[in-house]
Design a protein around this ligand. Structure first.
Ligand code: SPV
Ligand code: MN
Length: 634
């Protein structure tokens, strides 16, 4: 039972009878062809509780896709722009981002998960049963069946989205592969279930009861409940809601669900070497994806051991990307897609000008009067707090197919995924870590680079800026298990591997004495090329206390070859200096965070301890700031 208290009357022998009360003949026929008994029961139960007026089951046909687009416009969830295939969706001023406080992992009574927001399962289910009661009255209920990965892949999962939002289904049509056929062919597919309702909406289409917004993740039932919200990070089930379920499933089955891009780098002889990379929001994840040679995925990865090799798939086929700042000079490929009239795009929380132009910060035009995330907008408009209202929101986004990328990797649909040669971890760190470091080993990298990933709090989040926040594997917001367990899962994962990936750490945000960034944006390509060569054993490195760092001569060559620029020795010295006191403080912060997590493996403390001693040694010999030229070359 999905709704424990609400459903007393479901006749388990005949879910179709319940569904027939709201389904047209055609829709009933679609549903009755589905051989999955449990799925029919789930749908019937949701119908009984949420009481929709009608039901639509998506078969994945072009007609159905078109129907969903039309319904999103008819319900005013999406507004047309002057480009027919470009629509605009507004979430409402109080619903512009993920709601961390009201997103809870449901757990057994008395159970706690370190660093994860939980709620007692019985209470949570009772609460959502109440919130979903009659919530779809008078509305159409959409049922979308999706494959979370390439069709026929042993790495893929399956998801069923039930929602009263055509926008949510439209987004999923762009972001995921339809799975109606897979469900027809396989009577006992195990699936994740996402139940969503935007709740009551006001005349502008915004969810009215955002104070009753709830996103509850039920690991036990492999399902997620989301209500009184529209923002895709809270509602589009297969995006971040599925990630929590997948992390948990991966823990039980010994594989990794990651908040990572998957990219390919070309090397000598036409080889392509694949990397996955985890970065917190706003730390260069998309930028790194876009400068890679090929792209398999920009946000999520499922990684499993197959015949001794780690293989990664992208469960998605679309991007839900930040649009703020995307401009023709810095982001030519994405910008080109966003202004391509042939591309099907949903723009979220941008400005829609009176004459129908979609405007965001980064467009060469000036913003003009129109509609935005806070209602009517005009240049100079100020909000109730006296502050100017930005024309387009900093978390404004675009939803578009990844297949439009010129760099799309041809193996995106490969059921066996791509072999992963390197894991990259990156955060925003102004003062401590060099631009690129390679771990001594998988274990060393997983602990000191993944589990210990920190990022500077940016101005977008309330509170003091400049504070370093722990964000293990850049996945803290999406963890359904403790960071300690997630770390342990990674450590054990490599034991099955014959080919163990290298682990790297990057930091694009190191600042110099004058406060400016030491590296240029485009320098990323050099760090990537260095990693690619290291994977193939083609370049040497210097063992520093925190891992291998590049040799000056090698970087000179790479800067010259790939960016045609000089790389001054003093810049290298500043970038790759060991800031020993800062490094020690970092280890201490990380250690004390994991001391609060009873699941943290002993190995984590051992590896942190060894790193501490190495850095401490260096500090006692050379002091606070140690030039890389003082380190022994190998
Ligand atoms: C992120 O914040 O990491 C995203 C967007 O990819 S959201 O879907 O909101 O999680
Ligand atoms: Mn993400």
């Amino acid at each position: 039972m999905r709704f424990p208290e609400a459903v007393k009357s479901l006749d388990v022998r005949d879910p179709l009878e319940v569904i027939a009360r709201v389904a047209s003949r055609e829709q009933l026929e679609r549903i009755s062809r589905l051989p999955n008994k449990r799925l029919l029961l789930d749908i019937a139960e949701i119908v009984l509780v949420a009481q929709p007026a009608s039901i639509f089951v998506h078969t994945g046909s072009e007609d159905d896709r078109e129907y969903v687009r039309r319904r999103a416009l008819a319900s005013k969830e999406e507004i047309p722009s002057k480009v027919p295939r470009h629509t605009v969706h507004f979430d409402g001023p109080l619903d512009l981002a993920r709601d961390k406080a009201n997103t809870r992992i449901l757990v057994g009574s008395g159970e706690r998960i370190a660093m994860v927001n939980t709620l007692e399962r019985d209470r949570g289910l009772a609460e959502v049963s109440q919130l979903f009661r009659g919530v779809m009255a008078g509305r159409e209920m959409f049922v979308g069946l999706y494959v979370y990965g390439p069709e026929g892949s042993p790495l893929s999962l399956y998801g069923v989205q039930v929602t009263d939002s055509a926008y949510v289904i439209h987004s999923e049509d762009i972001l995921y592969r339809n799975g109606y056929r897979a469900f027809l062919e396989n009577p006992d597919l195990d699936y994740m279930l996402f139940i969503h309702s935007a709740g009551e909406r006001d005349e502008r289409g915004w969810s009215k009861n955002v104070e009753k917004r709830r996103i509850y993740i039920d690991l036990h039932g492999n399902s997620v409940y989301s209500v009184n919200t529209q923002y895709a990070g809270n509602t589009v089930g297969l995006k971040k809601l599925a990630l929590r379920l997948a992390v948990y499933k991966g823990l039980r089955e010994g594989w990794l669900a990651e908040h990572m891009f998957i990219i390919g780098m070309r090397g000598p002889g036409g080889r392509v070497t694949y990397f996955t990379g985890a970065f917190p929001a706003g730390c260069g994840k998309t930028a790194t994806t876009m400068i890679a040679d090929t792209v398999v995925g920009d946000d999520l990865a499922i990684i499993r051991e197959i015949e001794g090799e780690p293989r990664a798939i992208n469960p998605e086929v679309g991007m839900f990307g930040i649009i703020d700042g995307v401009n023709p000079a810095d982001d030519p490929e994405i910008y080109g897609i966003l202004v391509n009239p042939e591309a099907e795009i949903i723009f979220c929380n941008v400005l829609l000008t009176e004459d129908g132009e979609v405007w965001w910060r980064g467009k060469p035009t000036e913003p003009r009067r129109g509609l935005n995330y806070a209602g009517e907008w005009w240049p100079g408009k100020v909000g109730a707090d006296g502050r100017e209202i930005l024309p387009s929101h900093p978390n404004a986004r675009f939803t578009v197919s990844i297949r439009l990328l010129e760099k799309l990797d041809p193996r995106i649909d490969d059921p066996m995924g791509v072999p992963v040669s390197g894991f990259i971890f990156g955060g925003r760190d102004p003062a401590t870590l060099p631009p690129v470091v390679e771990a001594f080993s998988w274990q060393h990298g997983i602990v000191t680079m993944g589990a210990a990933l920190e990022s500077e709090r940016t101005a977008a989040v309330l509170g003091e800026t400049g504070v370093m926040e722990l964000n293990p594997f850049a996945i803290l917001d999406f963890l359904s298990i403790s960071p300690g367990k997630f770390t342990e899962l990674h450590l054990r994962f490599a034991e099955k591997l014959v080919k163990v990936p290298r682990v790297f750490q990057v930091n694009y945000f190191l600042r110099g004495k004058d406060g400016g960034y030491l590296a240029e944006k485009r320098d990323k390509i050099v760090w990537l090329r260095w990693m690619e060569h290291r994977v193939h054993g083609e370049l040497g490195a210097i063992p520093s206390p925190i891992g291998y760092i590049p040799l000056y001569e090698d970087l000179c060559e790479l800067f010259d070859k790939h960016l045609s620029k000089d790389f001054p020795e003093n810049l290298y010295e500043e970038m790759f200096a060991m800031r020993t006191s800062q490094l020690l403080s970092k280890i201490e912060r990380v250690r004390s965070a994991y001391e609060q997590d009873p699941d943290a493996p002993l190995e984590l403390f051992e590896i942190l301890g060894e790193q501490y001693r190495r850095v401490e040694n260096l500090r006692s010999r050379y002091g606070d700031r140690v030039s890389p030229f003082k380190l022994d070359k190998r």
